[in-house]
Write a new protein. Structure first.
Length: 292
């Protein structure tokens, strides 16, 4: 069974499983960096929450031998759990109810040009700062809704207000975390490795955004009395390397591009560029091909 036929079969089975009180459909959803995924959406008569369940991983399980009936049971449980959020859909129209849940995250600007036409955003180097409302968070992961232009009209606020809220909320909700490379990869044998650090948040979700607010950048720079090179590992984390023990810029730039093209999923890619934190100016910029 190919993937298209699998999706059709899932939709037919879901219609029977959820009954006449729910409408099921297969939708194509554009994710980060233009990645398009197919998902099952179940619209219940008694609920305004309609989560989309992406089917690629379920198809891989089916291809690996998991019975189709077991797949549908997992989809049913996942859908039921996804509809239980900390905030009701009705509350989303009331800005006072959700303003403390507004956060920001960074994405690649060029790879998301189509999306950025429809969402409030702030350009930052070769990236864009976009905004989300956290619906659910905790040990089971985060569910968020991307803030779109129509939401600003509904809430009667402007982008500056949105940015100010996100700048205040994000460090609280997605607190930053700094670890040495040895802590993250304890079994990696690097006898002559330079001091390297992983900057993310405690949830490892869009942790590269910590570049916008983490005090760890300045702390690492001050401890080494030098600037810091920043390698964008993915949207979820960045690697910090003090200038005093860094490799050649061109080597680091080539390494970023190689890892992005071979190791990082399209949806998780942040940038092919190398960044530099200037300790004296307390700012981050892109390292140009001809030097900082």
């Amino acid at each position: 069974m190919n993937y298209e036929d699998f999706c059709i079969k899932v939709k037919e089975a879901a219609s029977e499983l959820f009954g006449e009180s729910a409408a099921t459909e297969i939708t194509s959803v554009t994710k980060n960096n233009g990645l398009v995924l197919k998902g099952l959406t179940v619209r219940h008569e008694d609920s305004r929450i309609s989560p989309t369940i992406y089917l690629e991983n379920f198809y891989e399980m089916y291809e690996s031998g998991t019975p189709f009936g077991d797949i549908m049971n997992m989809l049913y449980r996942y859908e039921s759990k996804s509809r239980r959020t900390d905030i009701h859909a009705e509350e989303y129209t009331d800005f006072e109810s959700i303003k403390d849940r507004i956060i920001y995250k960074i994405v690649n600007f060029d790879m998301n040009r189509g999306l950025l036409e429809h969402v409030p955003h702030v350009e930052w180097n070769d990236l864009a700062i976009v905004f989300c409302c956290v619906l659910q968070g905790g040990e089971n992961g985060y569910a968020t809704v991307l803030v779109r232009n129509e939401h600003l009209k509904m809430w009667d606020i402007d982008q500056d207000e949105l940015y100010d809220l996100a700048r205040e909320n994000t460090p609280r909700i997605m607190s930053d975390e700094l670890k040495t490379i040895d802590e993250v990869l304890p079994n990696m044998f690097l006898p002559e490795a330079p001091d390297m650090y992983i900057l993310s948040n405690e949830h490892r979700v869009f942790g590269a955004t910590c570049m916008l607010y983490s005090e760890h950048l300045k702390e690492v720079a001050d401890s080494h009395l030098s600037g810091i090179y920043i390698l964008p590992s993915s949207i979820h984390e960045v690697i910090l390397m003090p200038e005093e023990c860094a490799c050649e810029e061109e080597y680091m730039r080539a390494m970023i591009r190689e890892i992005n093209s071979t190791e990082v999923d399209l949806e998780d890619r942040l940038s092919d560029n190398l960044y530099y934190y200037d300790r004296d100016l307390d700012c981050i910029s892109i390292c140009s091909e001809t030097g900082k």
